[in-house]
Design a protein. Structure first.
Length: 382
């Protein structure tokens, strides 16, 4: 999540309680990270994928009981998987060990295949990008923790991006996990807020008037600004050309939301347009975005100037919650500020997709069903 310090200051100023507060911490304990379980057999159709983000290693994590009760065949971590926030590798590894020592996390790792990408806080620093000096040793620590097999091409990439294919033709699921940190050019701030006090005064006024409050960031109009970098763009085009019936693209930041003022693809409009164009050029059908970071869950939908209606299911956080309403012109229904995870259920026989956000305790807070065949371009686009 962006700018935790600013949010803490805001929270104090606004006398909000509960949201995002960090736990008092637990005694540090070393815990070896178990190797990644083998994924579902490549030949078997996969039907249930759970995902989530923003899990603080020092807080209680009751959500894992609900995740396991949903019986996912795969769990995807979309970043801020720990709050490292350090330039010290030993500190980062200590915080990973705290996550590994969480009983619920251990049950997940013992029972369910896991794939992960990162966001700023496990990359290393709040809202950091390509300039972060520890990005390569921290990238290797990430791959070690998540059990990346020796010899995997992922060890040699300029980021932690990866992909996997599951299931036979006709029921083939592609999972693509992007890296929005390793190559990202710095984010732009809105010039309307010369300092935090001005921003906070404006926030108080907007909230008093009952209006949603955007974050402090702006769109970056620089044509060279990028989140992915050229190697990852080339790789992504190659992935999108692979045959698949459904493609879940995991992005640590929201792909469609417009305009929250927090970190998002909307702040890199050329990158965002390039992503839609990549889907159009490659003829990749069946794309659905999964995202995290925001500390609430929601669904966004965009159906203009794109090859076909695009959906972005945001689940955040597994432990972190942000209760101040945030604008998003593409939101479908409500945002759900509660500890939550996302669930993707695929009915291959009916070619239906069911997307949901489930709150801690297991209750469904958002459900959206769509035909897989609706996630396809009209032939005029191809
Ligand atoms: Fe984040």
């Amino acid at each position: 999540m962006q700018d935790e310090g600013r949010r803490n200051a805001l929270r104090a100023a606004l006398a909000l309680s509960g949201a995002c507060l960090l736990g008092a911490g637990r005694p540090l304990q070393a815990a070896p990270s178990s190797p990644l379980l083998a994924g579902p057999p490549a030949g078997a159709a996969i039907q249930r994928i759970a995902f989530g983000s923003c899990v603080h290693q020092a807080r209680p994590q009751p959500i894992w009981d609900d995740v396991l009760a949903a019986k996912p065949e795969l769990f995807v971590f979309l970043g801020d998987n720990i709050y490292g926030d350090t330039r010290d590798l030993a500190v980062l590894e200590r915080e990973y060990a705290r996550l590994a020592a969480q009983p619920g996390f251990q049950r997940l790792r013992a029972s369910t295949p896991v794939l992960a990408t990162w966001d700023d806080h496990d990359f290393g620093e709040n809202d950091a990008g390509a300039e972060f000096p520890m990005k390569e040793p921290f990238r290797q620590a990430f791959l070690r923790f998540w059990g990346e097999p020796e010899g995997s091409p992922r060890w040699t990439r300029d980021g932690v991006y990866t992909s996997a294919l599951f299931g036979p033709p006709g029921q083939r699921l592609q999972l693509i996990l992007l890296d929005l940190r390793y190559n990202r050019t710095p984010i732009s701030r809105q010039i309307a807020f010369p300092d935090d006090r001005v921003y906070e005064r404006w926030v108080r006024r907007e909230l008093a008037a009952g209006r949603a409050v955007p974050g402090p960031y702006a769109r970056n109009p620089d044509p060279a600004a990028t989140q992915l970098g050229e190697r990852q763009w080339t790789w992504l085009h190659e992935q999108l050309r692979q045959p698949a019936d459904l493609r879940l693209i995991g992005s640590s930041l929201q792909v469609l939301a417009d305009f929250t003022g927090w970190e998002a693809w909307a702040n890199y409009p050329r990158d965002q347009a390039r992503l839609f164009e990549a889907i159009r050029q490659t003829g990749a059908q069946g794309v659905v975005f999964l995202s995290g970071d925001m500390h609430y869950g929601e669904l966004s939908r965009l159906d203009v100037n794109v090859p076909y209606p695009l959906l972005d299911l945001t689940s955040s956080g597994l432990t972190e919650v942000w209760t101040i309403p945030v604008p998003n012109a593409l939101r479908v229904g409500e945002a759900h500020a509660v500890e939550n995870f996302g669930l993707v259920e695929i009915d291959w026989s009916q070619r239906r997709l069911r997307l949901s956000i489930r709150a801690v305790g297991g209750a469904e807070r958002l459900v959206h069903e769509v035909s897989i065949d609706a996630l396809a371009a009209a032939s005029a686009w191809l």
